[in-house]
Design a protein around this ligand. Sequence first.
Ligand code: CP3
Length: 365
Amino acid sequence: MTTDTTGTAARDGESRRSGPADSPFVRACRRESVPHTPVWFMRQAGRSLPEYREIRANVGMLDSCRRPDLVAEITLQPVRRHGVDAAILFSDIVVPVAAAGIDLDIVAGTGPVVAEPVRTAGDVERIHRIDRADVSYVEEAVRLLVAELGDTPLIGFAGAPFTLASYLVEGGPSRTHAKTKAMMYGQPELWHALCARLAEVTLSFLRVQIDAGVSAVQLFDSWAGALSEADYRRFVLPHSTAVLSGLADAGVPRIHFGVGTAELLGAMGEAGADVVGVDWRTPLDVATHRIGPDRAVQGNLDPTVLFAPWPVIEAEVRRIVAQGRDTPGHVFNLGHGVLPETDPEVLTRVVALVHEVSARRAEQG
Ligand code: CP3
């Protein structure tokens, strides 16, 4: 896969690099030349795959995240099936929060549900700092996977402070984030204390994954699009910056993603990401204009397009690959996660198409 390079950076080094750090995915994140546009899918490890449903049949979601053998198998399933350019660790954004002492569950069809929502300073204190020992199962799963994946990079991830705070304050998923915003506007000190603690937990969780060998990390701020840019900058950006800048010396690309973030793309890039995830509402070239030339972009096929007839999907994939050429670096992905009803064979076809239409021959440079 990496043998057909554009012939510049890879061959100029004194010795040819190989392994996940020289994979098309990591190279695109670093805005280096690539043999083809790399592609992976958010939520690729999950319910669209029958082999996933089978393995999860009698195991709860959080329990499965704590079993390294299951984590490794579920993480590998989409790599084997689709030939994606990266694996993403099977886990969930609330795993480190549970490890930090919050009583919660992940309810099928609903999402994370918190037994006692966080509303006071005492509640914030209940969220303790975490270290390796608290998430040893994640460390073990990453080690197993890195050994198994060879040249295919493994992406680690965590939830960003705002999105985590929303689940903790609301007690579960919310459309309006009303209680979260009430705390933000009404008790800003408490809000900042909560987000600062969540940033510490998130940073520790990502460090464990990086130390165990992941090749990149993605910070999911899925619900940040609920905020105006001014509120994002005041109430959220400092905390996401604490996480991403805390990893500046870690040597792996950092991806920062949210949904409905057209107005926030510039600010999200400023938080310290190397790559900014873009949903389907903003064309990639427009996104790059907002983010600036020193960051790559990731995205942005509307996940519901995968339910359209193939010629529609093909046209959209071609459009996005072409727009990605006008960015400093492009990782193909969906604009949000794979929907459970998606036909996995369509995902496999999309991977092949992205590779085919983006393949660069060596002499093209
Ligand atoms: O991307 C991957 O394949 C890796 C695994 C992954 C999961 N959750 C597994 C999962 C990742 C990266 C996440 C992140 C996550 N979790 C986010 C950020 C990404 C996003 O989609 O915006 C958020 C907001 C959560 C919280 C959460 N957990 C939700 C909203 C849900 C879905 C609820 C439902 O059942 O519809 C979950 C559960 C969850 N996380 C599942 C999976 C595979 C489904 C659990 C099951 O199979 O029963």
